[in-house]
Design a protein around this ligand. Structure first.
Ligand code: SF4
Length: 264
C-alpha cells in the first residue's frame, strides 16, 4: 500500500469533522473512542449483524429465539473479542448496552424480508463471501475493508453495516460515499464492474441498495485529495457543526490554533 493512500473509512471521519483525521494522523493511532454503553451497543449490533444469515436460514418461528441466542453469545464473548479496546469495561456494562437492542424489531424485519423477497434472495444478499476483507489500490490511493463482501448473481458487492439511525430513503451521504469507495476497491481487486453496494441499518435490519454513481466516484477522489493534504500536516478549521461533545480529541483540539487554508 502506498504511503499516501487513505482509508475508505476516513471519508466518513472527514465528513464528521476533518480535524479528526488530523489528530489521528498526528498521533499515529486509531481514532480514540469514548467507551460508553452507546459505543458498546454499536459493537454488539455489528457482531449480531454478522450472524443474520444463520438466523434467516432458520424457521420463521425460530427467528426471535435464534436472535436471542446469538445476542447472549455475543454479550458473553464481547470482552474477549475486543479485549484491546474494552479492557476497562465490565460484563454488566455490556449487558446494559445489549438492553438497548430491540430484537423484536430486527426479527420481524427479517421475517418480513423472507416473506417479501424470499429466503433464498435474502440469504444471497446478506451471506458474506468474505468478512472485513482488506483491499487496496495503488491506482486509486485508497485502502479499506468493508464489513462484508457478498456475491450476488456472480458479482462481488461491498456491504456496510451501520448502527445508527436510518434515513427515510436511501443512505446517509457519508455512508453512500464510503460504499462508493469500497465499490471502486472491489472493481480494482476483482476486475469487475460494481453497479451497487448494500448498506444494512442494523438496528432495524433495514437493507438499502446504493447505486454507484459517477458523481459520487468523483467526490470520493476529491475527498481523498483533501485527506492526503491533512495527513501531510495541514490542520483544517474546526467546522461550526463539529460533534465536539462526543469527540475524544476535544482537549487537544481546543488547545490548537487553526492554521487551515480556506479550502477546508
Ligand atoms: S473536538 Fe470537535 S473540532 Fe476537534 S476534532 Fe473533535 S469534533 Fe473535530
Amino acid at each position: 500500500m502506498k504511503q499516501d493512500s487513505i482509508l475508505a473509512s476516513e471519508i466518513t471521519a472527514y465528513l464528521r469533522c476533518p480535524r479528526i483525521i488530523y489528530f489521528r494522523s498526528q498521533s499515529g493511532a486509531e481514532e480514540q473512542k469514548i467507551v460508553d454503553t452507546t459505543y458498546l451497543s454499536h459493537l454488539i449490533l455489528k457482531e449480531l449483524a454478522l450472524t443474520h444469515h444463520h438466523t434467516a436460514a432458520s424457521d420463521v418461528g425460530d427467528v426471535i429465539g435464534r436472535l436471542r441466542t446469538e445476542l447472549k453469545r455475543i454479550t458473553d464473548e464481547l470482552l474477549v473479542v475486543y479485549r484491546a479496546v474494552l479492557s476497562d469495561v465490565d460484563h454488566q456494562m455490556v449487558l446494559d448496552a445489549a438492553e438497548s437492542i430491540d430484537i423484536d424489531v430486527i426479527g420481524s424485519q427479517i421475517a418480513d424480508y423472507i416473506q417479501i423477497i424470499g429466503r433464498d434472495a435474502l440469504l444471497m444478499k446478506i451471506t458474506p463471501c468474505a468478512v472485513e476483507h482488506a483491499m487496496y489500490s495503488d491506482l486509486l490511493g485508497i485502502a479499506g475493508a468493508p464489513d462484508k463482501l457478498v456475491r450476488i448473481d456472480g458479482s462481488v458487492l461491498p456491504y456496510l453495516t451501520r448502527t445508527g439511525e436510518k434515513p427515510e430513503h436511501g443512505a446517509w451521504k457519508p455512508d453512500r460515499l464510503q460504499i462508493t469507495a469500497y465499490a471502486m476497491l472491489v472493481e480494482e481487486t476483482f476486475g469487475q464492474p460494481v453497479k451497487y453496494g448494500i448498506i444494512e441499518y442494523a438496528r432495524f435490519f433495514e437493507l438499502r441498495d446504493v447505486n454507484i454513481k459517477p458523481r459520487d466516484r468523483r467526490v470520493v477522489l476529491e475527498l481523498r485529495n483533501r485527506i492526503r493534504m491533512i495527513k501531510d500536516g495541514r490542520m483544517p478549521d474546526r467546522p461550526r457543526d463539529a460533534p465536539c461533545e462526543f469527540c475524544a480529541s476535544e482537549e487537544g483540539c481546543t488547545a490548537q490554533r487553526s492554521l487551515a487554508s480556506k479550502f477546508f
